[in-house]
Write a protein that binds this ligand. Structure first.
Ligand code: MG
Length: 265
């Protein structure tokens, strides 16, 4: 029996080394790939879910009140019980000049659709306001799954802690470089997000990961997240659903947005 096994292994290895691999076709794969049309210029690709094209806020609503807690203590209490489908009303941000503008004090806005792994494109603009500094100068944020923040901030000649500047995974990962443009200029993030996986019992199987390009420059290279974003204290994972809404933050600054789309991966 053992000899048959050994002989088989030798024959298989020999076949691989001297048989199939001798012709190039042996290592060519043919599969049915979905065909999509890439966008021209600023257009989204044909398979994108367009979340904002300048016309209306129909894809957005007020997020459930459980989102946006600043500490793990707050998050820990709300994440398991949140009813994510519950609408708390329409998104009250403004549209001006085909751009979406944060309405300070109205709170963040959440997508009506829910997402897990995505590619996200979003363009944003910090208005010039020379009276502002640090975290107070055009702060907003992209919250993947409503929980994991890629910071939006004016970080052009505006000092703050580096793990809280534009393009940081807030308080978890400093961007590789500062690729910020001056305030008043349109900037873009292209984000690849891998959602965390949990077992049915709620244990973490694999953590969330993020890759971010800021104005075309790689600033986060497949970094591993420690848990949801929190302002105070150290993060840790709390099991949640495989799909949750994308949320944009109201941090009391009139940051502007345009051309937002995602591709589900
Ligand atoms: Mg923020």
């Amino acid at each position: 029996m053992k000899n048959i096994f050994v002989t088989s292994v030798i024959l298989i290895l020999a076949g691989g080394a001297y048989g199939q691999a001798q012709v190039p076709e042996a290592t060519e794969l043919y599969v049915d790939l979905e065909e999509i049309t890439p966008g021209e210029g600023n257009e989204p690709p044909s398979d994108a879910v367009v979340l904002f094209d300048g016309s209306d806020l129909d894809e957005w609503q007020k997020p459930h009140e459980g989102f946006g807690r600043g500490s793990m203590q707050g998050l820990k209490d709300v994440i398991p019980g949140i009813s994510y489908e519950t609408s708390r009303g329409v998104a009250n941000w403004k549209i001006e000049n085909n751009e979406m503008v944060v309405a300070p004090g109205e709170g963040g806005i959440a997508t009506r659709k829910m997402f897990g792994d995505i590619q996200l494109h979003i363009e944003w603009n910090s208005p010039v306001d020379e009276g502002k500094t640090g975290q107070g100068y055009s702060n907003s944020g992209v919250f993947l799954m409503g929980l994991y923040e890629v910071q939006i901030l004016n970080s052009y000649e505006n000092e703050t802690y580096q793990n809280g500047q534009a393009g940081s995974v807030y308080k978890q990962h400093i961007p590789l470089v500062n690729a910020s443009k001056p305030p008043g200029t349109w900037q873009e993030y292209d984000i690849i997000f891998t959602a965390p996986r949990f077992s049915e019992k709620g244990t973490l199987l694999s953590p969330a990961r993020l890759t971010v390009f800021h104005n075309g420059v790689l600033i986060q290279n497949n970094v591993t997240l420690s848990g949801p974003t929190c302002y105070i204290g150290s993060p840790y994972y709390i099991a949640h659903r495989p799909k949750l809404p994308l949320i944009l933050q109201d941090h009391s600054d009139p940051v502007r947005f345009r051309n937002i789309w995602v591709r589900e991966l």
